[in-house]
Write a protein that binds this ligand. Structure first.
Ligand code: HEC
Length: 206
């Protein structure tokens, strides 16, 4: 092979690319739009990876309202949790298990888990002292009255909280401030604290 023909063979292989503007193929534009759209759908489906508690995927105004506005029952439970932390947990403890020999448990207590709240509301209003049996364990101590400290809303809230505390495995009907007000009226003349024996004579539904 002579050098000329070798050169022209080389030229053929390394032909200079031409500069200029070519049209983007339509199929590529189409695929890119489709991928972009699919990406947005995927992002939307996982809540945009934002924390749903902070950036709820609300699709309507009523969705948002349901999230922001709590029912009166939920509000009462939340208030009860606060009242419990402030007024009760010092003795009965956060876990509701009390302190052996001093403060009885509320978690699993037959006093808390009674069918109605007649006794427990009275007990919170006036306090209780003397011998009492809770979950088969005897106590003989004293709990202060709350009638001058907690209003009807707060008594209803804290009783609702301990009767419905799911962490303690409870799920009983709560109490309304109206029910507390009615009981407060009935025991308005009672100045001292309750004895367990007297409280046991009270119908739990009254
Ligand atoms: C200063 C400590 C103390 C505080 C604070 C206290 N309690 Fe008590 N509580 C007791 C004691 C002591 C008894 C048992 C009384 C007895 O021995 O007769 C008791 C008994 C009870 C009982 C009946 C027994 C049982 O374990 O189920 C309930 C219900 C109760 N308390 C609820 C509450 C609630 C609700 C609050 C907050 C509003 C509260 N207590 C705050 C000390 C306390």
């Amino acid at each position: 092979m002579n050098s000329d023909s070798a050169k022209s063979a080389l030229n053929l292989q390394t032909a200079e690319p031409k500069s200029g503007i070519g049209a983007v193929p339509m199929w590529l534009v189409f695929v890119m739009v489709l991928l972009g759209y699919r990406g947005c759908v995927a992002f939307e489906n996982v809540g945009g990876t934002f924390n749903p508690k902070l950036y709820g995927p609300y699709t309507s105004a009523s969705d948002l309202q349901a999230y922001l506005v709590k029912s009166p029952e939920e509000e009462r439970y939340m208030l009860g949790k606060k009242v419990y932390a402030e007024s009760c947990s010092g003795c009965h403890q956060n876990n509701g298990l009390g302190v052996a020999g001093q403060f009885p448990a509320l978690s699993g207590s037959e006093w808390v888990l009674a069918e109605g709240s007649g006794r427990i509301v009275r007990l919170v209003l006036n306090g209780i002292g003397g011998p009492i049996k809770v979950k088969g364990v005897d106590f003989n101590n004293q709990m202060p009255p709350w009638k001058d400290v907690l209003n009807d809303d707060k008594v209803a809230a804290v009783v609702t909280y301990i009767r419905q505390n799911k962490e303690w495995g409870n799920n009983l009907p709560g109490v309304t401030p109206e029910q507390v007000a009615a009981i407060r009226k009935k025991v308005a003349d009672k100045a001292d604290f309750w004895q367990a024996a007297d409280l046991e004579k009270i119908n739990v539904n009254e």
